[in-house]
Ligand binder design. Structure first.
Ligand SMILES: NC(=O)c1ccc[n+]([C@@H]2O[C@H](COP(=O)([O-])OP(=O)(O)OC[C@H]3O[C@@H](n4cnc5c(N)ncnc54)[C@H](OP(=O)(O)O)[C@@H]3O)[C@@H](O)[C@H]2O)c1
Length: 246
């Protein structure tokens, strides 16, 4: 049986998406003290403690969807899903399905043998027309959605609008740095939850919390600090989009 596929028409390039036309985006990452998400080898980069993983699970449990870049899935091999029965029950009580949909963004290929494809979670793929052709007769994803492309990759203005139209109101963005950097350029980050871990990794190829071309300092996005919590050697920082943002 072929998976449902769909194409979307492109949005005007360079036009951001109004908050009401996109999901609320919550970025959740753990960084080293020098701001790295991983080392520069493309290997698995989640180095937070058990407390960090518990915090991550809470953010996943609060979301309708979880968004990851293809490189992160290739490195991690699995998705963070909701495991705590109390959190699953809480989702059911709110009328939500037990698991948020796991959304992978890639124009490349993925190994169908990754453990991710055995996890009991709904899976959507955001890709380009060629990617949809590649996945058309495969069963790994419940849906493959063709997104128009720009020189920088998938057109996130369009992709976010589609996800909102499909009923996703809250998305947890779990990285990596290139995906978060693309959303930063669109000014689409509503919350940031960052666990500062007591490591120094270094390296000019190591992904950071926001990669890609970045913004000039004068246009840097400002966030309001909401909370600071220390657990053992880690610091949990929560920010939200500044009230002074347009
Ligand atoms: N410490 C943490 O909390 C944490 C969290 C997440 C990830 N990580 C680590 O970060 C590393 C991966 O991060 P990464 O920055 O290299 O990659 P990434 O952000 O996970 O994925 C980037 C990929 O997203 C896809 N993409 C499609 N359209 C895009 C667009 N317009 N802009 C940007 N990306 C687009 C592309 O996939 P294709 O190239 O497949 O087409 C691109 O290569 C891994 O080592 C992972 O373990 C750590």
């Amino acid at each position: 049986m072929a998976i449902p596929v769909e194409s979307a028409s492109s949005s005007p390039l360079g036009v951001g998406v109004a908050p009401r036309d996109r999901p609320h985006l919550t970025v959740v990452v753990a960084t080293s003290l020098d701001g790295k998400l991983a080392d520069g080898t493309g290997a698995r980069g989640r180095f937070g403690s058990r407390a960090d993983r518990a915090a991550l699970e809470s953010h996943v449990a609060a979301a309708d969807g979880v968004l990851m870049g293809g490189a992160t899935l290739r490195a991690e091999g699995t998705a963070m899903r909701v495991i705590d029965p109390a959190k699953i029950q809480s989702r059911r009580d709110r009328g939500l399905p037990p698991q948020p949909v796991q959304i992978i963004a890639t124009q490349g290929d993925l190994d169908g043998a990754l453990p991710f494809f055995q996890q009991p979670v709904p899976r959507w793929l955001l890709t380009d027309e060629a990617g949809v052709d590649r996945w058309r007769d495969r069963r790994e994803f419940d849906q493959a959605i063709a997104i128009p492309t720009t020189a920088a990759g998938l057109d996130w203005t369009c992709a976010l609008s589609i996800l909102r139209q499909r009923g996703l109101e809250r998305i947890a963005v779990l990285g990596g740095g290139r995906l978060i950097g693309a959303l930063l350029l669109l000014d689409a980050i509503d919350e940031l939850h960052l666990t500062l871990c007591p490591l120094l990794i270094g390296g000019d190829r190591a992904p950071t919390a926001a990669d890609g071309p970045g913004l000039p300092l004068a246009a840097a996005r400002r966030l309001d600090l909401v909370s600071v919590q220390q657990i053992d050697e880690e610091v949990f920082l929560s920010y939200r989009r500044s009230r002074n943002s347009p």
